[in-house]
Ligand binder design. Structure first.
Ligand SMILES: *[C@@H]1O[C@H](CO)[C@@H](O)[C@H](O)[C@H]1NC(C)=O
Ligand SMILES: *[C@@H]1O[C@H](CO)[C@@H](O)[C@H](O)[C@H]1NC(C)=O
Ligand SMILES: *[C@@H]1O[C@H](CO)[C@@H](O)[C@H](O)[C@H]1NC(C)=O
Length: 483
């Protein structure tokens, strides 16, 4: 069986008919590729990265000992991985704050820094959302003041507070045990904030763990985070126990809706981000959103584990680690989370310069599958050095790591598993010289490493092939933009 490389329209235009005659215009959803190396930080769960107007990225997360709040800062996302870590708060000997410390988030609100964090009481299963404030410019060095617990509708298990603004109102969203739903661990609640540590109640529940994928191990909705785009508010959250079943769901509301009305929020029927055996990523979740250094691409920050099976309570397994990857957007304006990408360099999409609706796509079998391609089938890691070494690169599938694009006899293109690339000749056939784009130097072209002048090219009919490049049309067909 051959595994062919080909092009396919990544999305088809949806005919969305409604009572109003004109469908909404399709907004261009492109942004440049990003380049990070995963994992970003070992043993840091529930990661939160905030890019401030001072040019620094700020990072905080749960530590495995559950005993303190840490902060890092750096001028790039990648540099957070090795940045010095400051402990800005440690567990107390008794009372509130003497138990477990979970999932801090750092926000900058009206000129001051705030940390939302769940604090427990020693020897009790009793955590509640708590707020700290700092007035200095640098929150790693300026003092922190305790503003206390957030008072909600009830005094029940609560955690994972986050905040966002919409239509000029600042909201708090958090996870809390709903007394009317016994046997469920936590639902998501929302309320406007009167000040950063006081809600204007009563809060309302906008999501309960009512889907089967939210009720595996424990019945959980937690770890909410908001990204806003295209007139919509997208709220991700995490569900089920914190083992390999942990996954993310999505709530969507119109930015012009009343966010305090639970009916304004629509829940995805299936999880939108789950474990992936091919990429060996397990239990992804508790995400946050930030933006790339150039401000052009959305970045999803989350934790997972690099193995599936855990002995004992997953909360006692310390190896949830912080990861980052690009958040893509579909042509209909909704986010495309894809799959947790493999460890190592983050992948890219390869958009054709000749036809901006086409991307290089991986698929198995000899005919193009019908339907839109899954994001991961259009993502490739640019492996450098390539399989043939010596300044070459190779293109590795993200949905099937260990599978590489290669030139076959003649000019054909197919994908081969690494185990089949076991001769110098086949490794060379899967290795290319990366060149500035032939039709546009801001793009990329791929020249066969053993056949100068032969380039990866989009042929008519959407097929990929290697061939010489003559005229301007062919140069465009041999040029790709990295997204
Ligand atoms: C979930 O709820 C069950 C039943 O109340 C409890 O035993 C368990 O510890 C809870 N788990 C978490 C992670 O909150
Ligand atoms: C948006 O804010 C305006 C001004 O405060 C208010 O009149 C309007 O009701 C708000 N819209 C929603 C959907 O909350
Ligand atoms: C790299 O180049 C050298 C010299 O041209 C050659 O001998 C060697 O086989 C090449 N290595 C690979 C892995 O292609």
């Amino acid at each position: 069986m051959h595994i062919w490389g080909n092009f396919l329209r990544a999305t088809s235009v949806l005919a969305a008919w409604s009572a109003i005659v004109f469908p909404a215009p399709v907004v261009a959803q492109t942004s440049p590729a990003v380049s990070y190396v995963n994992t970003l930080a070992e043993q840091r769960a529930d990661p939160h990265i905030y890019k401030h107007t001072d040019g620094w990225y700020y990072f905080t997360a749960t530590v495995p000992a559950f005993d303190r709040i840490i902060l890092r800062r750096a001028q790039s996302i990648q540099a957070l991985g090795s940045a010095a870590e400051t402990t800005i708060w440690t567990r107390k000997s008794s009372g509130v704050g003497s138990g477990q410390v979970w999932a801090p988030e750092i926000h900058f609100i009206d000129g001051k820094w705030y940390i939302y964090v769940a604090l427990g009481v020693k020897n009790e299963w009793r955590i509640r959302a708590f707020v700290l404030e700092s007035s200095g410019a640098n929150p790693l060095t300026s003092p922190w003041v305790e503003k206390g617990l957030v008072k909600t509708n009830w005094d029940t298990f609560s955690l994972d507070a986050t905040t966002f603004t919409a239509n000029g109102t600042r909201y708090l969203v958090w996870a809390q045990q709903d007394p009317s739903r016994s046997g469920e661990n936590s639902s998501l609640f929302i309320a406007p904030l009167q000040n950063p540590w006081t809600i204007r109640g009563p809060a309302v529940a906008i999501s309960h763990p009512d889907q089967s994928w939210e009720r595996i191990g424990y019945k959980v909705n937690e770890g909410a985070s908001v990204v806003q785009k295209n007139g919509k508010i997208f709220m991700t959250y995490s569900a089920s126990a914190t083992d390999a079943n942990y996954c993310m769901g999505l709530l969507t509301a119109s930015a012009s809706a009343n966010l305090m009305n639970p009916a304004s929020w629509t829940k995805s029927r299936t999880p939108i981000f789950v474990s992936n055996a091919n990429t060996n990523q397990w239990g992804p979740g508790h995400n946050s959103f930030t933006v790339s250094e150039d401000g052009k691409s959305d970045i999803m920050v989350y934790h997972d584990r690099g193995y599936k099976d855990i002995n004992g309570d997953p909360l006692n397994d310390p190896n949830r680690r912080t990861r980052v990857q690009k958040l893509y957007w579909k042509a209909d304006g909704t986010p495309d989370f894809g799959i947790p990408v493999p460890d190592g360099n983050t992948p890219v999409k390869l958009r054709s310069a000749a036809n901006s609706g086409l991307f290089v796509r991986y698929y198995a079998g000899s005919s193009v599958p019908s339907g839109a391609a899954a994001l991961a089938d259009t993502q490739f890691r640019i492996v450098s050095p390539g399989l043939a070494g010596n300044g070459t690169i190779s293109l590795e599938s993200t949905s099937n790591p260990g599978t590489y694009l290669r030139r076959t006899t003649g000019t054909q293109v197919q994908f081969d598993a690494a185990r089949n690339l076991n001769s110098a000749a086949t490794r060379t056939a899967a290795s290319f010289n990366r060149r500035p784009g032939l039709s546009d130097g801001s793009g990329v072209s791929f020249e066969a490493s053993d056949a100068g002048g032969q380039y990866l090219r989009l042929e008519s009919g959407g097929r990929l092939a290697f061939s010489g490049v003559g005229d301007a049309t062919q140069q465009g067909q041999a040029t790709f933009y990295l997204e």
